[in-house]
Design a binder for this molecule. Structure first.
Ligand SMILES: [Zn+2]
Ligand SMILES: [Zn+2]
Length: 413
């Protein structure tokens, strides 16, 4: 078996790995480099099967590219399908607004839709050559999966993005034994603060701001983070909570697939206790008294949150609690580092206090090392992130046959 690393290798963005068994050419993930440009992977030759681990665009954003040459069957989990539809449509809209050319045609999106098949966790799908694969819960975002591929006795485990740490929304990812482990390395050089401590610190800031009569602005990614933060808020505060942005639709999708989250009962209760902003009157209500507003965009590049930031900045009437990593080049990054954002081409200085909380959906350093030990593979391929090389080096020192391939590299598995 060969593994061609077509993207997401020593980088975050355009994750794409071609597993060539000699009989089958399987593409695992087909993502896009989102923040700087709409770059996709270059896929050499024909594809027999596509498998998408989760809906984040760095893993699914170029899935339509699989249909440039032929029409493979592509698999994802049940919730990934509608979430991916939502994100692909949004990505197309942003590309149009920014005058950027997507690397695929709209025809390819229709073909993807036609050939997309859903599979639940822990269900085997057998290919014609006798090899098979199954999705395993990755604990990262709703519907996220790891891929366990088996050919004869040989097992290949690709983690996609995964989290073995505690969250309110998801069961943690669990390791299985495999001969080859392709593992994300995003936080290989950083431990996360214990989640319970992060929650407490976050809740303290919320209570303090509300006590001061302020609005609490919580920019949050639509997929997973919005819902996690809503659960955290319900557990820690009685404050009125409002939700807006694309996260609303993702909340609906999660309600449609309750078996994909840890506690559908808790989530349903959470949703009963929040106000979904449907229009101007809900917005007015949100600003009438001290309240918490959770909305996209998580990195403040557009969405209702950017206009709330502007509105509150003029009156100095809010605190901003960031809940995710802010990528360089985004408004979130410039807010944290320079105290300014760009909105509709105009640069604005933001006076509001800004705090950051690590609600990461990725395994931290210690969890990554523990995972490798539990899977106990013969070969480890470290992908996804800036820390791949260091991670592989450290694993080598522990006696593992570990690599950090570059984009374009081919590895014998
Ligand atoms: Zn992800
Ligand atoms: Zn990713």
């Amino acid at each position: 078996m060969d593994l061609h690393c077509l993207g997401g290798s020593q980088e975050v963005g355009k994750s794409c790995f071609l597993l060539d068994t000699g009989e089958l050419r399987i593409v695992m993930d087909c993502g896009m480099k989102v923040h700087d440009h709409n770059e996709g992977p270059v896929i050499p030759g024909k594809v027999d099967v596509g498998i998408i681990t989760h809906a984040h665009l760095d893993h699914s954003g170029c899935a339509p590219l699989l249909y440039k040459r032929n029409a493979p069957k592509t698999f994802c989990t049940y919730p990934t399908r509608p979430i991916m539809d939502l994100l692909l449509a949004d990505s197309e809209k942003i590309a149009r607004a920014e005058n950027k050319q997507l690397p695929y045609a709209s025809q390819n999106v229709k073909q993807l839709d036609k050939h997309l098949a859903c599979l639940g966790y822990d269900e085997d799908y057998e290919f014609k050559d006798g090899s098979n694969f199954r999705f395993l819960d990755a604990g990262h975002v709703p519907g996220s999966a790891q891929i366990l591929f088996k050919k004869g006795k040989r097992k290949v485990l690709y983690t996609g993005d995964f989290n073995t740490g505690y969250t309110r929304l998801h069961h943690p990812a669990k390791p299985v034994k495999a001969d080859v482990l392709i593992i994300e390395s995003t936080y290989a050089q950083r431990d996360h603060e214990p989640r319970k401590d992060v929650e407490k610190a976050f809740a303290r800031e919320v209570e303090k701001a509300l006590g001061d009569g302020l609005t609490v602005l919580v920019p949050a990614f639509a997929v997973g983070r919005t819902q996690e933060v809503l659960e955290v808020l319900r557990a820690h505060t009685k404050a009125p909570v409002f939700v807006n942005g694309m996260g609303k639709k993702v909340c609906d999708i999660i309600m449609d697939y309750p078996s994909y989250i840890k506690s559908p009962e808790n989530f349903a209760e959470t949703m009963r206790n929040v106000t979904i902003i449907q229009g101007k009157s809900d917005e007015k209500k949100a600003f009438r008294e001290p309240s918490v507003i959770v909305s996209t965009a998580g990195m403040l590049d557009g969405g209702p949150m950017l206009s709330y930031l502007d509105k509150c900045n003029q009156k100095n009437s809010a605190v901003v609690l960031l809940t995710g990593y802010q990528v360089e080049g985004t408004n979130g990054y410039s807010l944290v580092n320079e105290g300014r954002v760009r909105s509709e081409g105009i640069e604005k200085v933001i006076q509001l206090p800004v705090k950051h909380f690590d609600f990461s959906a990725h395994s931290g350093r210690i969890e990554l090392f523990n995972y490798v030990d539990a899977v106990n593979p013969e070969k480890v391929v470290c992908v996804h992130g800036d820390a791949c090389k260091d991670f592989a080096e450290e694993l080598k020192n522990e006696g593992y046959d570990a690599f950090a391939p570059a984009v374009g590299d081919k590895i014998k598995l």
